[in-house]
Design a protein around this ligand. Sequence first.
Ligand code: GDP
Length: 585
Amino acid sequence: MNEEKKKIVLPNLMTVNELAESFSVPVTVVIKQLLSNGVLATINDNIDFETAAIVADDLGYDVSPREEDVSSLAPELKRVETGEPRPPIVTVMGHVDHGKTSLLDYIRKTKITEKESGGITQHIGAYQAEFKGRKITFLDTPGHEAFSAIRAQGAKVTDVVILVVAADEGIKPQTVEAIELARAANVPIVTAITKIDRPEANIQRVEQELAAHNIITEKWGGKDVIVGVSAKSGEGVDELLDLVLLTADLQELKAQKQAPALGFVIETKHDPKVGYTATLLVHNGTLRIGDAFVVGVRAGKVKSMEDYLGKRVKEAGPSVPVRVTGFGVMPNAGELFEVVESEKVARDLAMSKAKQATARRISVTSSDLSKLTAQIRASRSSQIAVVLKADMQGSLEAIKNQLAKIRTDKGEIKIISEGIGNISESDVLSAEGEKAIVVGFKVDVAPSATSMAKKDRIQILTYDIIYNLTDDLTKILLESIEPEKVETQVGKATVLKIFRDDRNEKIVGMKVVSGRITIGNVVRFTRGEEEVGEGTVKLIKHIAEEVGEATPGTDFGFLIATSAKIQPDDMAEFVKVDYRKAKLI
Ligand code: GDP
């Protein structure tokens, strides 16, 4: 008999009660199912689609996500393949003082027509220049922070990186960092050797240093474009812009002007007169006054827009940076914004995103963590082995960078396998061999992987926020390292008399010779060279009074938990034992 599974469509987020209603089963059935899958939830708790899908599967349903949720909750900034050409977005990067700002200022001064540039009254993090009748969007250097944040989401905010290296100084640490950032984000690099007007300028030396980092000038048969410029005289700047356009053209950048706007927050500011403002860079579509949008997990509505010249505008198309007001809460640099059909949709979507972020967070409970650390401690391993899965290469790289920093002198986090995509049975299998934890970032867990992990006692932890992921893994690492035992000598005494001699407890009269002895101290008895045994101080009495400590000069009665065979004249040495928790280095 071919038994068809019943089909059900579920939203991205629902309460346990709503889920039970959609299956027409009592809510206790759902709670029980959740519990058997390791999720402790009550009737009004929100659960996300992935968790609901597991219950649905257990109850014999074939489940799929609601269509509008799929489209609106995963607005990945994919490359737009069709549409009209759009201006390239260019970021200038390099070591401090190598001339980034000067170069941007020179371009701003010379490539924005005179009439317009008079209007530049305030600084915004991005501007558009015009060269040979074409526009180029430049992101200012503070954009770096946003650049990293955006990259962590796996998207590209920039189409070309201008790598600035000063002709008199050559490659410095931040130059190398910029090269790595651009390469990791797969953005082509055009190198500008700046300050060529300086007497100490040595272009050839810089070219050699660049070659050592695999940026090889075309002069030497390489594929990289390197041009010498001066922000003082303007020499080489036109050539640089030509090369930037050429490099951009190879990518055939496109965008759909008519689409609802989608893009990123470049920088934010609180203006006492108008409230929160943010510079948004439109990636695709056109942003208009009155548009309802979601940024991060908040809703907003475009109240006013100004271009990079401070001029009020009504709309901003692809690659255009605009300063926008209309946020209820300050957004964060690097956050994605997307325009939706109405304010209500924006509010609902924002709410659902916010809840989803917490729902995923709740799925990692503190009992999960303590179970895990107990397991790892028992295995006496100094490494936390991790199978890492993320939604995109960018986030994977960002997380790996963060995890590499989580180290102690006794242990570290070791990624034994990594990949893009949902957590599957094969991830659980790789974890099994090495007793690893499966960690997912913005990915789903296949129901089959969940049940396999449950059976094999493999922990799967999923996150939506990198900070929470690194925070939990830090806790796991620190907690799983056996604390270091530190002993301090606190005092000495001689045994005078044994008042009570039970098997595991004695009352011993002693005279303190030195130090200060308190309850909880460990005591070690010796007889000449011979070790007699050790115990713990439970109580200290002086005459008939209980006291907190024993000091030299008088006799005290000690209640000691010990099975050692103590005799008068034995020496007692007291130590205080502390356990020092592991710390990050
Ligand atoms: P940033 O930190 O990379 O933004 O560097 P700046 O643009 O602030 O430049 C640092 C210093 O180098 C400033 O004193 C500039 O005047 C100087 N400078 C920048 N570009 C040039 C150039 O092409 N020629 C000369 N002679 N000085 C430059």
